[in-house]
Write a new protein. Structure first.
Length: 381
């Protein structure tokens, strides 16, 4: 190959890489903007928001490619990364999470989607081993506030799980709200358990989604009143068949008709969930803003830190993971999508320490926990 041909080949490769980098940057910009654009107006940005961390990672690869090639294009990719850095901190953190001891003025808060305590694997006379392990875990975590999503009462007409949680944790104050569908009260819902007295309880129903909702409670902690929000926003509702399709994507692609139908079905589910969560997040965010008391917000948002949902829910609040978490914040234990979708937020005057994600294979979510100190009290012993 002549020098001229080599130069032409290198030039073509450079142009192709530049075009690919430009496409990634365009997607990165859309992913960054996803937090500001309501999906019920322009839903396409929400898909870019899902891809945001992957696009950022690819952008890092391009930075190294251009640096090795001696091209100044790396400045563009580097600038984009720096602009997006604040958003990326929602996915990864480098805080020192060591906690020397529980603060006298603090609450330990735990949020956990328990996937109905593995209810469908219960035997006729006893709960499943998974449910037992979840109960043991709640005792090990030693929460002062325990927020559970996809809570299940247990056997019909009993309070088996409610009584068991009180027994294992010692959290005797609680508010349990069950989903209502087609005029019937279901056995699953949301539950908040507290070591401190609950003086009022409320529910925020979602008009278009009777299965998911939010509850909030006012608790009295050392003569202060704190409002605790426990939230479960709409999920994507992927079926087993959907997961199977994703896991066998290469084989499915051979059948173009089947591939097209399944792809469209999954994309529709994502789109509908994005739109529903946008509306739900606005409803809850408005109630948070109106709270006369400092707030702690827990729950399964079913959306990532680059989403409109998270941006809306976290306005004016501090994120415990950003404040005291470490590493990748993945809380969803399922196959796809695998991101941080469970959160503990709090009033900015409060302080979080020792944020933890406990990796236990008991649900399709991992529990998250943190210590939250209340201002105006004594600091650590």
């Amino acid at each position: 190959m002549t020098a001229k041909e080599q130069k032409k080949k290198t030039s073509l490769l450079s142009k192709l890489l530049l075009a690919a980098n430009a496409s990634v940057l365009a997607g990165l910009v859309m992913g960054y903007l996803a937090a500001y654009i309501p999906p019920d107006k322009y839903w396409i940005f929400a898909f870019a928001g899902i891809a945001f961390p992957y696009l950022a990672l690819i952008n890092v690869v391009f930075i190294f490619i251009w640096m090795v090639a001696g091209k100044k294009y790396f400045f563009i990719s580097l600038a984009a990364l720096l602009i997006c850095w604040t958003r990326l901190t929602g996915f990864i953190q480098f805080n020192n999470t060591d906690v020397k001891g529980k603060m006298e003025n603090s609450l330990k808060v735990v949020s956990y989607n328990v996937r109905i305590f593995d209810r469908y694997n219960w035997q006729s006379k006893r709960i499943s081993k998974t449910a037992e392990e979840i109960l043991k875990l709640t005792r090990t975590l030693q929460p002062d506030i325990l927020c559970l999503q996809e809570y299940h009462a247990g056997r019909k007409g009993t309070a088996v799980m409610e009584d068991s949680i009180v027994k294992y944790t010692g959290l005797k104050y609680r508010h349990i709200e069950y989903a209502k569908y087609k005029g019937k009260t279901k056995a699953f819902g949301i539950a908040t358990f507290s070591r401190w007295p609950v003086i009022s309880s409320h529910i925020i129903p979602f008009e278009r989604n009777p299965v998911n909702f939010c509850i909030y409670n006012d608790i009295v902690f050392q003569q202060d009143t704190i409002r605790i929000f426990n939230i479960h926003l709409e999920s994507i509702q992927l079926s087993r068949e959907d997961y199977l399709f994703v896991s066998e994507l290469t084989n499915q692609a051979e059948d173009q008709v089947l591939f097209s139908e399944n792809s469209k079905k999954i994309l529709r589910k994502f789109k509908q969930a994005f739109i529903s969560r946008a509306s739900e997040a606005r409803e809850v965010a408005e109630q948070i803003k109106q709270s006369p008391f400092p707030v702690i917000v827990c729950g399964d948002f079913n959306d990532t830190p680059s989403s409109y949902t998270y941006k809306k829910m976290s306005e004016g609040l501090s994120d415990a993971f950003k404040e005291s978490g470490r590493g990748f914040g993945q809380t969803y234990a399922g196959r796809f999508p695998s991101f941080r979708i469970d959160y503990i937020l709090h009033d900015p005057e409060m302080q979080s320490s020792g944020f933890r994600r406990t990796r236990v294979p008991l649900s399709d979510h991992y529990p998250v926990s943190t210590y939250i100190s209340i201002p105006g009290k004594e600091k650590p012993e």
